[in-house]
Design a protein. Structure first.
Length: 240
């Protein structure tokens, strides 16, 4: 992209090294070439990329508005199906340039069994969807703004058809990862327990970010939003 300009710079420097030109004589044309390189159409974009950087800031607070009680509705009959608790990441652009085409994938799930976490080998890695938009990719997040990303939702197990996923257990509640496609294996459904979940956040102009979250789902339901979020669900980032 910069081959012509770079060749010109090399040529000027070679003349100086070989003693053909006095460095004080060639500094003007040399600077003009550098200016063309850094301030020209293509070079300007390259230089701007040094200073214009998007930066994703990812958080989740188990409290409104990121997490809250809401209702499931069936669009075909326009009626409420059941109550549910929704949990969402807040993805903020803390940089000074827009973040482009951001997508998020749950890559691994571990469940605590006998005091140690074991990988759920049946889990199918899938993308999470963006809140309200229900799409896998967010085209753009401007600096200082944020978008919500659906992580999952918690509901009474009686309101889900667990048999179709070959799940025979019948706990009071379940936590469903809000993935783009619900796999027939039901691997997106978390029964009550202690989990560690690995998630990768990536985009066109941001480096991938891998995070691990500890998720503890208690087998209990409370219609009171404050008590439910404080006592029956834990979501926090962990280093382990």
């Amino acid at each position: 992209m910069y081959s012509q300009e770079i060749l010109e710079i090399i040529s000027q420097l070679k003349l100086i090294v070989e003693g053909i030109n006095n460095p004080w004589v060639v500094w003007v044309p040399l600077l003009s070439v550098l200016a063309a390189l850094f301030l020209g159409a293509s070079g300007g974009d390259w230089m701007k990329s040094w200073f214009r950087k998007p930066k994703l800031s990812i958080s989740i607070k188990v409290a409104p508005p990121d997490c809250h009680k809401t209702s499931f509705y069936r669009s075909d009959v326009d009626r409420k199906v059941c109550d549910t608790y929704y949990f969402r990441f807040r993805i903020e652009n803390a940089g000074n340039f827009f973040a482009e085409n951001i997508e998020v994938m749950v890559t691994e799930v571990y469940k605590k069994k006998y005091d140690q976490y074991e990988k759920e080998t049946s889990f199918l890695p899938l993308n999470l969807v963006w809140s309200h938009y229900r799409q896998m990719t967010m085209p753009k997040i401007q600096p200082k703004l944020f978008k919500h990303l659906d992580f999952g939702y918690m509901l009474k197990s009686e309101n889900e058809h667990l048999d179709r996923f070959n799940i025979t257990e019948r706990p009071k509640v379940i936590f469903e990862l809000d993935v783009a496609v619900r796999p027939n294996t039901g691997s997106h459904i978390l029964l009550p327990g202690d989990y560690k979940i690995k998630i990768i956040f990536a985009g066109n102009n941001v480096s991938p970010i891998e995070k691990t979250y500890k998720v503890v789902v208690k087998d209990a339901w409370d219609d009171n939003e404050e008590r439910m979020l404080q006592n029956n669900i834990l979501i926090e980032e962990t280093n382990a």
